[in-house]
Ligand binder design. Sequence first.
Ligand SMILES: [Zn+2]
Ligand SMILES: [Zn+2]
Length: 192
Amino acid sequence: MIFPQDLHIHTTYSPGDSAVAMEQTIELIEEVRHAWVIGISDHFEFLVDGLFAEYEAKVRKAGFKLGVEVDGSDWVNEAITYDNLDYFVYHCQDRDSEYRGAEKLLQTDKPVIIAHPNALATDLDRLPPDCLVEINNRYVWRTDWYSYYKPYTDEFRFVIGSDAHQPNWLGQAVARSAAARLGIEEYLLFSE
Ligand SMILES: [Zn+2]
Ligand SMILES: [Zn+2]
């Protein structure tokens, strides 16, 4: 099965993320093509020291959408200066500053996907309604996801992401099963 989209994928451009396997390259993902719309979202903090231009060029060359995963509000002011990004994936911990960081990212008018919120205890009551809420294939089953998401299924648009760090993680079976149980219809970005 080819998935409609996968916008949460890491590659060897997240060199400080020990879960990324050396085989998880942009070239491999290009070869596998597990989704119709593919976006790469490497960790922003590992890209800022001179890797970003190379990262951008490789992602574009493969025809993928260009994203980054922003680890909280400390990185927001810098992340919003990167005009060429297509979207943000954002770690939103349950703190005032982090919800303000989400607001700030939204002000760019780019899509903001809230990464694995159930694993970070993001309070969906406090999240700006324009944020896209992720059902994450890696983390969804780690908590009582049904109780966490169910009250909000009509309040937000939801996005399914693999959060792949290794070739064998390029899948969405677990997240899709949870989304189906929740009765969520996935929101598709970038579909013409
Ligand atoms: Zn994450
Ligand atoms: Zn991630």
